[in-house]
Design a protein around this ligand. Structure first.
Ligand SMILES: N[C@@H](CCC(=O)N[C@@H](CS)C(=O)NCC(=O)O)C(=O)O
Length: 173
């Protein structure tokens, strides 16, 4: 398997999961600006959308989208108990969190870190009727509840969603 990644990007999430899985993998560093790959070549030839992460299997199959990649890896090593079994409510809960983080957080908030975004746009109210302000506290409470009830986290079952969240705060190298 081969993981295409950019330092400081959300590709850290599958990077961590691959390490937790203990599966052998190669990694290819992609330059975020030029899209050139370490070792040569244009990454857009691998993923025409130009973004990471992307996992390439040994048979050449390419999987994009972080939530799909981390679940694929977890399902390769069920004995590691990295994710709840497919078809269970616990798995559905995990998918709910992964989707929330990808759509509401990642794509919702990352534009705010774009230095070229005009200040007025940055401060413009959203269309959620003022709900944005109270969402962080509500989400935090829900996360704590899910962790307490061991729906998706526990000593043997690190929370993917937490990994995914942390990938926005940490850096690969
Ligand atoms: N929907 C994709 C989004 C991936 C994504 O936005 N990756 C960012 C890094 S965090 C990226 O590669 N950005 C460079 C670009 O879009 O050109 C996923 O969830 O995996």
């Amino acid at each position: 398997m081969k993981l295409y990644y950019m330092p400081g990007a959300c590709s850290l999430s599958p990077h961590i999961v691959l390490n937790e899985a203990g599966l052998p993998f190669d990694k290819v560093k992609v330059d975020g600006k030029t899209k050139s790959m370490d070792g040569g070549g244009d990454y857009r030839g691998v993923n025409p959308l130009g973004y990471v992460p992307l996992l390439e299997l040994d048979d050449g199959t390419r999987i994009s989208e972080g939530p799909a990649i981390v679940q694929y890896i977890a399902d390769k090593v069920p004995a590691k108990n990295l994710a709840p079994a497919t078809g269970t409510m616990e798995r559905t809960k995990l998918q709910s969190w992964l989707n929330f983080i990808s759509s509401e957080m990642h794509k919702g908030f990352s534009p705010l870190f774009n230095p070229t975004m005009p200040e007025a746009r940055r401060r413009a109210p959203g269309r959620a009727g003022g709900d944005e302000g109270r969402r962080p506290a509500e989400v935090e409470a829900r996360g704590a509840r899910d962790c307490r009830t061991n729906r998706m986290a526990g000593p043997q079952r690190p929370a993917f969603s937490l990994w995914r969240f942390l990938s926005y705060a940490k850096r690969d190298s």
